[in-house]
Design a protein around this ligand. Structure first.
Ligand SMILES: Cc1cc2nc3c(=O)[nH]c(=O)nc-3n(C[C@H](O)[C@H](O)[C@H](O)COP(=O)(O)OP(=O)(O)OC[C@H]3O[C@@H](n4cnc5c(N)ncnc54)[C@H](O)[C@@H]3O)c2cc1C
Length: 453
């Protein structure tokens, strides 16, 4: 059977069959990479389903398992590496209508995977809490998409990436079988389904720890000197007395792309975009003075809410988006610095590659708790060969590259290590290999031994 016959088989579900809409719902933000765009732009599913309940999900899974139809899961498609682009057609399962908060209590919560992060945070705020990490795509991105394809975001300066132990408490998943199994994993075992691009199970529900809600202030601090801006960002990140949620450093080669913030960014300014607690305002002002900077933009949480404009949407991979709006020939790389010498590494790479690589650093904590720099540098793209050379120059400086120009798990962030439990979970929960085929390169379907006699 082919995927396009599924709607007739399960007519009560919400199906999308119009080829233009199906093609749109088969794509994500892989076009940030000219390399991925060329490989993925014509890939599309045959049909999209938007289930609302666990029963609806199970009925689709059962039909697909019976007829060997590939299933690619989708949150809202803001991923960057073609994670939710179906390579072998079949079905896209859009999880965004499966979106209930199940409970919030004692600084923890449980929710269905399709909930948008903005909707979750609005509800958590009523309980005095908020998400520990929020990507700059929080307005549209889903919880399951963040868990299945993301890393972290604002808040990772305090709580590290999603994968830091203690962040994720439990996950409820569904297998791909004619009679789908529902299983629950907790603690470290729950991470076997994190950042696996929906290749080894369908994530139904997540239980996770929250952060206390803070009315974050937002500021842009400008500097004439690259080193002063970098040291300010580092002191703010490392300083234990400053309560912050976000520290983003962009060099003067990036700030001209923030056209809607131009009134707050004089030409040639290096800038730090930051979110901090009102109690840290005096500290931020003193630190600004120490590094000869100037606060050019300052908003209270109330101002931010009323204007519906947040600096978060200029940080993380939104920085790249603003640059791409001005110059479509740009692309980017992702890098993890060495926590013991990131400031020196940033300065060395700035002097080695400043003409081609525009510096953008997000300050985070590692899983082990050390402050570190995570780069989302913008690159003036020449060709794939030079892009690879630029990534190699970073490696030669001791900087890890999480290559955003590849779509398989093993060649991206997991290039240095893929937990074998990711593969064994796939053996157990997707034995036919129907989930997002082509993204987990080292998994091979087990061929059953022929029986003797
Ligand atoms: C402008 C921009 C800024 C960004 N900023 C950040 C950032 O700050 N931090 C960050 O980490 N990322 C960032 N990203 C990447 C992306 O936005 C986030 O990872 C986001 O959380 C993905 O959510 P989504 O709902 O769009 O997921 P999708 O892109 O739809 O899916 C992501 C992956 O998860 C899988 N998946 C989705 N739902 C499920 C499920 N229920 N079960 C199993 N697998 C599932 C999909 O198959 C896919 O492989 C950014 C991207 C852009 C374009």
């Amino acid at each position: 059977m082919i995927a396009s016959s599924l709607p007739a088989q399960l007519p009560d579900l919400d199906w999308i069959t119009d080829p233009t809409r199906v093609a749109k719902l088969s794509q994500d933000f892989n076009w940030y990479s000219p390399v991925l765009k060329a490989k993925l732009e014509n890939k599309t599913a045959e049909v999209v389903v938007r289930p609302k309940t666990e029963e609806e999900i199970a009925s689709v899974v059962s039909a697909c398992a019976t007829s060997h139809i590939p299933i690619t899961l989708r949150g809202t498609g803001t991923g960057n590496y073609g994670q939710c682009v179906p390579l072998e057609g079949g079905l896209v399962m859009d999880m965004s209508a499966y979106n209930q908060v199940l409970w919030i209590k004692d600084g923890t919560a449980r929710a269905q995977s399709g909930i948008r992060l903005i909707d979750f945070d609005k509800q958590a705020k009523h309980h005095g809490h908020e998400l520990r990490w929020i990507p700059s795509t929080f307005r549209s991105a889903t919880l399951g998409g963040l868990y299945g394809g993301g890393f972290g975001g604002a808040g990772s300066i305090n709580y590290g990436p999603i994968a830091s132990l203690g962040n994720i408490l439990k996950v409820r998943v569904m297998s791909i079988d004619e009679k789908p199994q529902i299983l629950e994993f907790e603690g470290q075992e729950a991470l076997n389904f994190h950042h696996t691009y929906g290749t080894n199970a369908i994530v139904l529900e997540l239980e996770f720890a929250l952060a206390p809600h803070v009315p974050w202030m937002e500021a842009i601090v400008c500097f004439d000197a690259f080193d002063e801006a970098l040291h300010f960002a580092n002191d703010l990140s490392v300083g234990s007395g400053y309560m912050k949620k976000e520290v983003c450093f962009v060099s003067s080669s990036v700030t001209p792309y923030f056209t809607s913030l131009a009134a707050h960014l004089k030409p040639g300014a290096h800038a730090v975009l930051t979110l901090f607690a009102p109690s840290s305002l005096l500290g931020v002002q003193e630190l600004t003075q120490k590094h000869k900077g100037q606060i050019t933009y300052l908003k209270s949480a109330q101002d931010v809410e009323q204007s519906n404009r947040t600096l978060l949407e200029f940080t993380w991979n939104h920085t790249t988006l603003h640059a791409l709006k001005v110059d479509k020939s740009l692309t980017y790389i992702q890098s993890g610095f060495d926590p013991s010498r990131y400031v020196e590494q940033i300065k060395a790479l700035e002097s080695a590659l400043k003409e081609e690589v525009l510096m953008h650093i997000e300050f985070i904590r590692t899983k082990e708790g050390a402050v570190n720099a995570s780069g989302l540098q913008i690159v003036r793209f020449k060709d794939e060969k030079r892009l690879n050379e630029i990534m190699q120059i970073h490696r030669d400086h001791g900087v890890q590259i999480n290559n955003p120009h590849v779509f398989t798990l093993e060649d991206g962030k997991s290039a240095n290590y893929l937990n074998p439990k990711v593969l064994s979970a796939k053996d157990q929960l997707d034995p036919q290999g129907l989930l997002n085929p082509g993204k987990l390169r080292t998994w091979h379907r087990k061929v059953s031994e022929p029986t003797q006699g």
